[in-house]
Design a protein around this ligand. Structure first.
Ligand code: DOR
Length: 433
C-alpha cells in the first residue's frame, strides 16, 4: 500500500482525516516535517518537492493511547517484553501506552520507572508511560514515595491487579497523589467476596461448577473509593468497570461533582460469561466477563460519558501458564492488537457508535484522563498517527500475533476494520504488506 521511503519530511495525501475531539472526519492532506505535524490542509495537491504518500482514502487519526497495558518487563519476560508488547501495540494502532506496576520487581521504586523508560527508549515501538505502584510490593500497606516516582517519570499511581483493601491507606494515597497532581487508578474488587473466583457469579457459574465473583464485589469497592475521592478531593480513576451497578455508581458520583473517571475494556464491552462454557482459559479475566445486562450498561455508560474511555488491560500469559486446570490458570487476555477491530466490528458496524466516537474513546479520551500527551492531530504536535481501513474484512491469524503470548480467544476471528500502520513521530511502522 503506502511505500515508506524513510524520509522524515513528506505529505500524506488523500486520507480521510479524523478529528475525534471535533467529532468530524474530512478528506485532506497532512504535512509532516521532522516528525512533527506542520500542516493539516483540505484536499489539495500541494506543490511540493517533498515525497507524497497516497493514503488511498484510508482514515488517518491520532494514534491510539492505551492507559492499561501489562508489559511484564522486568521480571516476566517469558510472557512479554517491552519490545514485543510495544510491537503488539503499534500493530494495533497504538502510539502511546501506559504500563502497569505489577512487574518483578514491582514499580514501587524510582529505579524501576527509570529502567522501564530506558528500555522503552531502546527497544520500544511506541511511547511508553509508566504507572507507579501505590503501595510497596503491591502489598496494600505502606505507601510508596509518590514524589520520587513522579520525578522518575511515573504519570499515574496504581496497584492494578489488586484492590487496596485498607481504606486508610487508600485515603492517604488519594490525599498524597492530589498534592502532586497524579491520578490514582483503582482495581475495584473486594477480594473477600471475590475469593478464589473463576468467573462471574450467576446461573452460568452454578451450571459450570465454577466459583463466581458477585457483581457486588466490584460495586462495594467502587462505592468505597468514590466516598474516599469525595472525602479527599483526590483524582480517582476506576480501571476496567465490568458491572451495571458499577456504571451506575460512577454516573451518580459524576453528577455530584466528584473527581472520578472510568474505563471499560474491549473484552467487557463485547464478550460475555457464557463464552466460558467450554472452559477456555483465554476467556478467564479479572474482573470476569459478565452478563448481557452488564454489557448493555457499559455501552450506555460510554454513550452518556459515564465511562470516559476504552483501555485494553492487555494481560499476556504464556501457554504453559494457561494450559493448566481452569482454577489454576492466571486471569488475563491480550488485547492491544485487536481492540480497534473488535470494537469497530461489534459497535460501529452494528450501528451502536460512530467511527469518530470510537476513535475518540481510543485516543483523545484516554490521554486526557491521565493527562498525558497524545490523542490529537494538529499542527505543532508530534506526528503520532494511525492509518486504518474501517471497512476492510480480515481474519486475525495466529501468525499475526506480535505479543510474546497468545492468550487471546480472538485468534481465528473475522473482523471488519483493520489498522494498516502507525506513524510514530513521523516514522512508519506497518504489519500489513
Ligand atoms: O485479568 C487480569 N489480568 N486482570 C488484572 O487486573 C491483572 C491482569 C494481569 O496482570 O494478568
Amino acid at each position: 500500500m503506502i511505500s515508506w521511503k524513510d524520509k522524515r519530511d513528506f505529505w500524506i495525501m488523500g486520507a480521510k482525516i479524523a478529528d475525534p475531539a471535533g467529532g468530524k472526519i474530512k478528506t485532506g492532506s497532512v504535512l509532516v516535517q521532522k516528525g512533527m505535524i506542520c500542516e493539516v490542509a483540505p484536499q489539495k495537491t500541494p506543490e511540493t518537492d517533498l515525497p507524497v504518500l497516497d493514503a488511498g482514502g484510508l482514515v488517518l487519526a491520532p494514534g491510539f493511547v492505551d492507559i492499561h497495558t501489562h508489559l511484564r518487563e522486568p521480571g516476566f519476560e517469558d510472557k512479554e517484553t517491552i519490545e514485543t508488547g510495544t510491537a503488539a501495540a503499534a500493530s494495533g494502532g497504538y502510539t502511546s501506552i501506559m504500563c502497569m506496576a505489577n512487574t518483578q520487581p514491582v514499580v514501587d521504586d524510582p529505579s524501576v520507572v527509570e529502567y522501564i523508560r530506558r528500555r522503552a527508549e531502546m527497544s520500544g515501538r511506541c511511547r511508553v508511560y509508566v504507572a507507579g505502584a501505590v503501595t510497596r510490593g503491591l502489598a496494600g500497606e505502606e505507601i510508596t514515595e509518590f514524589h520520587h516516582l513522579k520525578k522518575a517519570g511515573a504519570v499515574a499511581l496504581s496497584d492494578d491487579g489488586r484492590f487496596i483493601v485498607n481504606s486508610k491507606v487508600m485515603r492517604l494515597a488519594l490525599e498524597y497523589a492530589k498534592m502532586i497532581g497524579l491520578p490514582v487508578i483503582s482495581h475495584c474488587e473486594d477480594p473477600y467476596l471475590a475469593d478464589d473466583a473463576q468467573m462471574n457469579e450467576s446461573y452460568v457459574s452454578t451450571r459450570l461448577g465454577l466459583r463466581g465473583a458477585p457483581a457486588a464485589s466490584e460495586e462495594i469497592a467502587i462505592a468505597r473509593d468514590i466516598r474516599l475521592a469525595a472525602l479527599t478531593g483526590g483524582r480517582l480513576h476506576i480501571a476496567h468497570v465490568s458491572t451495571a451497578g458499577g456504571v451506575d455508581l460512577v454516573r451518580k458520583a459524576k453528577k455530584t461533582g466528584i473527581a472520578v473517571t472510568a474505563e471499560a475494556s474491549p473484552h467487557h464491552l463485547t464478550l460475555d460469561e457464557t463464552m466460558l462454557e467450554n472452559y477456555d482459559r483465554n476467556f478467564k479475566v479479572n474482573p470476569p466477563l459478565r452478563g448481557a445486562r452488564d454489557i448493555a450498561a457499559l455501552r450506555a455508560g460510554l454513550k452518556d460519558g459515564t465511562i470516559d474511555c476504552i483501555a485494553t488491560d492487555h494481560a499476556p500469559h504464556t501457554e504453559i501458564d494457561k494450559q493448566v486446570e481452569f482454577n489454576y490458570a492466571p486471569s488475563g487476555m491480550t488485547g492491544l492488537q485487536t481492540a480497534f477491530a473488535q470494537l469497530n466490528t461489534e459497535l460501529v458496524e452494528k450501528g451502536e457508535m460512530e467511527l469518530v466516537e470510537l476513535l475518540r474513546l481510543l485516543s483523545t479520551a484516554p490521554a486526557s484522563v491521565i493527562g498525558i500527551p497524545g490523542g490529537r492531530l494538529e499542527p505543532g504536535l508530534p506526528a503520532d498517527l494511525v492509518l486504518l481501513d474501517p471497512k476492510e474484512e480480515w481474519v486475525f491469524e495466529r501468525s499475526m500475533v506480535r505479543s510474546r503470548s497468545y492468550n487471546t480467544p480472538l485468534i481465528g476471528k473475522k473482523f471488519t476494520g483493520r489498522v494498516h500502520g502507525v506513524f510514530l513521530e513521523g516514522k512508519w511502522y506497518s504489519d500489513v504488506s
